[in-house]
Design a protein around this ligand. Structure first.
Ligand code: ADP
Ligand code: MG
Length: 576
């Protein structure tokens, strides 16, 4: 009997073996019918399965895992509603261009159209959010399709792919030998940062374009280097830093590009952002889209005469923006080529170059202005006072610096300006879509992706609320995550409405922006055995940070913020 059973492989085991063979080492998800056995088989094949409460958070985790490691982040869900909840993560991966695979169980193929348990045409549902979407209609197709999704999500511009595993296919069986033969077809994926990749979709770099780019920068009066999370994903930090240091060109990271070159570098133009983008004449943009975050590369924020040199792995992106020079290629390989090109005939602006001096003077001036606000101790807390204390506590940890997770309106805006990034890929925030609710999923992904680093989340109370129950997941896996909640009792804080403007039978309801004042978020962490702190003064915050950072165990610091500090919609008021 035992022999007969062992000689057969079912769809669950075959799929788990295929993912392991493809190089997948982590999965995130919520199990249930029909995928529980698949999750258990995956664990037996050496894959770590991180079980969440909600597919939305698990999906955000999978997408961030893909970004941080360059390995596909895999999200496993049940059929129907589970798959729909998974679209949050899949679409997040697509919009941020991060590699991810959504795997959903689906109902029995024989009962399609009859209203089966959790029935949905999942292939149709995922298509608008996926690079590729495939369904294993027979057990024999599983290995090849696992190989397809795992490899497509990292190829070229990374993104999300979908694999549908019907219940009947998971229950089909094959003789062991046939399964082993089929598994031979599975190709392990190659991450973008691997050397000598012949196939990973990274186009060979055009030498002519490299020459043209360096010539344009050499001839510029006010050159600038801008880099984003695509450059971070590509691990282009060494080339970027060498290029900036050889040429002396000031640089500006996007929010998640922060840390590729330390924020503290003398050529950082971060604190002189408006001046740098308003006056630059030739700009090298590496792994960052000229979308809303960069004001579309258009006037009035940018000069009408500015010339862009765009480096992006996506040809489509280059065609969309029509830059002065467009270089299709992997950011790391392109920056290595740029460094070689400039070394052949070096040029350097030098510290006394008028443009470099202008940017530096403006940055110093702005830093001075902000530090007055930062040094002032305001209690009840505004945003700046606790943010400065958190900044200093993070900096005092040295290397390896923690991974910072940030979301919220004012909390994220103030945090981006105040908190300092000194190492690559140490910032995860609301990203290209400004998605709120990513925080806890990102914390969990960061902790399992980079076990040597502490994870510190600095979030608004509304951002935290989307996925607060995942603190249980943090405790269950004993992850070194410290969640700091800026608690101002609402989305943007207190009720800012003029009472005379509100009419009708429900005018006395709480404002749509309000939560229960003084919510005890720290007790949510304590409910599962983690450590909770409620703080309202600098001394209390300092104590909580010291203790939780050195314990490296799950903790939540509930920071009471004046509900009327900050602004509605943070820095996006013109859109609300
Ligand atoms: P940010 O939000 O930091 O400005 P974006 O997400 O807008 O960054 O842009 C990232 C860009 O990086 C995308 O257009 C994507 O195609 C590109 N990209 C992704 N991987 C690579 C890579 N390996 N090399 C170069 N560009 C990449
Ligand atoms: Mg709030």
């Amino acid at each position: 009997m035992a022999d007969a059973r062992e000689s057969l492989v079912d769809g669950n085991l075959l799929a788990a073996r295929a993912f392991a063979r493809a190089g997948v080492d982590h999965m995130f998800g919520v199990v249930g019918i029909p995928v529980t056995s698949f999750a258990n088989c995956s664990v037996s094949e050496g894959i770590r399965f991180i079980a969440f409460h909600n597919e939305q958070s698990a999906g955000y985790a999978a997408s961030a895992y893909g970004y941080l490691t360059g390995k596909p982040g895999v999200l496993l869900t049940v059929s129907g509603p589970g798959c729909v909840h998974g679209l949050a993560g899949l679409s997040n991966a697509m919009i941020n261009t991060w590699p991810m695979v959504l795997v959903s169980g689906s109902s029995d193929q024989a009962d399609a159209g009859k209203g089966d348990f959790q029935e949905l045409d999942q292939l149709a549902a995922v298509k608008p959010f996926a690079k590729c979407a495939v369904k294993a209609t027979d057990i024999r197709k599983i290995p090849e399709l696992v190989s397809t999704v795992v490899n497509s999500c990292v190829a070229g511009r990374p993104g999300g792919c979908y694999l549908d595993l019907p219940t009947d296919v998971l229950h089909q069986t094959l003789p062991y030998g046939e399964a082993a033969d089929l598994l031979e077809a599975v190709q392990p994926f190659v991450p973008a940062w691997a050397d000598g990749d012949p196939s990973g979709g990274r186009t060979a770099v055009s030498e002519d374009k490299i020459e043209a780019a360096v010539a344009a920068l050499r001839g510029a009066q006010r050159p600038l280097v801008v880099f984003g999370k695509g450059a971070a994903y590509a691990r282009a930090e060494k080339g970027l830093r060498d290029f900036v240091e050889i040429t002396g060109i000031p640089f500006l990271p996007t929010p998640m590009g922060k840390g590729l070159i330390p924020d503290t570098h003398p050529l950082a133009a971060t604190a002189a952002r408006s001046l740098a983008i308003g006056q630059a004449d030739v700009v090298l943009v590496v792994g960052a889209r000229l979308n809303w975050l960069l004001h579309f590369g258009e006037p009035p924020r940018w000069s009408p005469e500015v010339k862009f040199i765009l480096v992006d792995v996506s040809e489509e992106e280059i065609e969309l923006r029509r830059p002065h020079v467009g270089i299709v290629g992997d950011a790391r390989l392109v920056m290595e080529a740029m460094v070689r090109e400039v070394k052949d005939d070096p040029f350097c602006l030098g510290r006394s170059h008028p443009w470099v001096e202008k940017v530096r003077a403006k940055a110093e001036d702005n830093v001075k202005k902000m530090s007055a606000g930062l040094e002032r101790v305001v209690v009840p807390f505004n945003f700046l006072t606790p943010m400065r204390i958190i900044r200093d506590a993070i900096l005092s940890l040295g290397s390896p610096s923690p991974i910072l997770v940030s979301e919220g309106a004012n909390t994220m805006d103030v945090g981006r300006a105040v908190l300092v990034q000194t190492e690559p890929r140490t910032r995860l925030d609301a990203g290209t879509w400004g998605t709120m609710g990513v925080g806890l999923g990102y914390c969990i992904a960061a902790a399992v992706a980079e076990p040597k680093r502490l994870v510190v989340a600095v979030e608004g109370d509304s951002g935290f609320g989307f996925s607060g129950m995942e603190v249980e997941t943090v405790v269950r896996y004993q992850l070194p995550v410290v969640v700091i909640v800026f608690n101002n009792g609402g989305v943007y804080g207190g009720d800012r409405r003029n009472p005379e403007d509100i009419k009708g039978p429900y005018k006395d309801d709480p404002a749509p922006t309000s939560f229960v004042p003084g919510a005890a978020y720290h007790t949510l962490m304590e409910a599962f055995g983690g450590k909770g702190y409620l703080v309202g003064t600098p001394e209390e915050l300092q104590f909580a940070l010291n203790e939780s950072f050195s314990a490296r165990r799950p903790a939540l610091i509930n920071v009471t913020i004046d509900p009327y500090a900050g602004a509605e919609s943070g820095r996006m008021q013109h859109k609300n």
